[in-house]
Design a binder for this molecule. Sequence first.
Ligand code: SAM
Length: 280
Amino acid sequence: MGGIVFDKGNQTYKKSIFSLKLPKTRISYHSPKVTNRVISTWISLIHFSYCYRAVEVSDYYSSKLSAKRLKQVYDVAPSRIRQYLNAELNHVLDKIRHDSIVLELGCGRVLSNLAGKSQEVIGIDASSSSLNLARETLVEINNSALLRMDVATLGFRDRSFDSVICIQKGISAFHVDQRTLIIESVRVTKPGGIALFSSYSDKFWQHRLNWFEAQARAGLIGEINHEKTTDGIIVCKDGFTASTVRADDFLALTSHLNVDVQIVEVDESSVFCEIVRLAP
Ligand SMILES: C[S@@+](CC[C@H](N)C(=O)[O-])C[C@H]1O[C@@H](n2cnc3c(N)ncnc32)[C@H](O)[C@@H]1O
């Protein structure tokens, strides 16, 4: 990639995947229709020291819950879960301005929706197979990029994005240090910009459990361990766990930052932590 100069304008490149060919590089750029405007954005935001960092993904997401299997998790969702997912997405879309540069952490399913509402969107995920599947959903979309990257060590410059989106309880699903995740997300958010994290409302516990049981019946996750599953934590017999980040947890995780924080419940299913970065 070094030495290539991208002219101004909006020419569309036929080549759909760009990879940085540096030693130990694990990042790639995927977009069915690549415009040099999007490439310029991506290159201007990336911090090149990142190219020497490794990307980790939890074993469960790399082996059991990647690509088509992760898609199936949403295919088996009962109607109340679909309502929750729509309400969660609509809440996020309401917060995005058309001129926003958006980052989605742990991406794929809703990336085309985010692209439709924003100027440009970059989705990152640690799983190559999930990124490849996501790429297929971005056909005809020319304002998106996908990068393989660890959410806990974001390879972007400070103050790069208007909105950073982490939905579908990514904050607990990633199994990274939650404080680090929030610090990194706020670091790459512009002053006045917003970082959005969603978790589950306690009112939604039984619906959430029903959905996980449907996933277990479909063989996507291990059998639920009902003795250990309680108080917002789902435990499977194969070791998989899914926990809940509650309002108090979000407030504690953000209390040391120079931010405005609002906790908002949506549809009696999601709890959002909405973090606005203050100047400077
Ligand atoms: C619960 S899914 C959420 C997917 C997506 N946000 C959605 O709404 O459908 C979690 C995603 O995070 C990815 N992931 C897990 N650990 C990660 C990490 N450390 N860095 C980046 N992505 C990670 C997984 O590969 C998976 O695609």
